[in-house]
Design a protein around this ligand. Structure first.
Ligand code: C5P
Ligand code: MG
Length: 191
């Protein structure tokens, strides 16, 4: 098994790159943001709850997110590994993920952080908002709050995996192909 955390601020290109890495390495791409949006689209209880946080750019409570993530992994056991996109979002979630994988005799093999500066992020997300239909992509103050939440709550996840030498920073600026090449090289080096 090979388990990769694709990490980085909102709008850093995680989703786009994860789709290509999923094919190359035959992993299952799990985007917790996409799972929430699916629930919101179906107006489930989970979706209604998640929307109240997402619309402010805040994090959905840990137990909700962790439960949803575990369900997705448990429903898809026959894969070569997982690409976690948008999860873990804080230190608590990373410990929950480590324990969950350990119960299965697995571990996180690498965390790859896509580095993109704040002004580029705001520009990219506002542009994505023209077609994404996401309310949280269309309001600059919500976007800036998402960046603050990333810096305050999510950034420590990098250090969590850096302690065991698993974290790597990747330049997230450039062509999709170039960034894909950098990510692939980092994965190949990690396994
Ligand atoms: O990962 P993505 O940027 O698609 O997430 C969109 C929103 O979903 C976040 O701003 C946050 O409100 C919520 N989210 C969360 N916890 C996660 C993933 C997403 O609260 N693990
Ligand atoms: Mg995404």
């Amino acid at each position: 098994m090979m388990n990769i955390i694709l990490f980085g601020p909102p709008g850093s290109g995680k989703g786009t790159q994860a789709e290509n890495l999923e094919k190359k390495y035959e992993l299952l791409h799990i985007s917790t943001g996409d799972l929430f949006r699916y629930e919101i689209g179906n107006q489930t209880e989970l979706g209604v709850l998640a929307k109240s946080y997402i619309d402010k750019g805040e994090l959905v409570p840990d137990d909700v997110t962790i439960g949803m993530l575990k369900n997705k992994v448990n429903a898809n056991p026959d894969v070569k590994g997982y690409i976690f996109d948008g999860f873990p979002r804080n230190e608590y979630q990373s410990e929950a993920l480590d324990n969950f994988l350990a119960e299965k005799g697995q571990t996180v093999n690498a965390l790859l952080q896509l580095d993109v500066d704040d002004e580029e992020i705001v520009k990219r997300i506002l542009n994505r908002g023209k077609t994404s239909g996401r309310t949280d992509d269309n309001d600059e103050s919500i976007i800036r709050n998402r960046i603050s939440v990333f810096n305050d709550e999510t950034a420590p996840v990098y250090d969590h995996y850096d302690k065991s030498g698993k974290s790597t920073k990747i330049d997230g600026i450039g062509s999709l192909e170039d960034i894909f090449g950098r990510l692939s090289a980092a994965i190949d080096a990690a396994v």
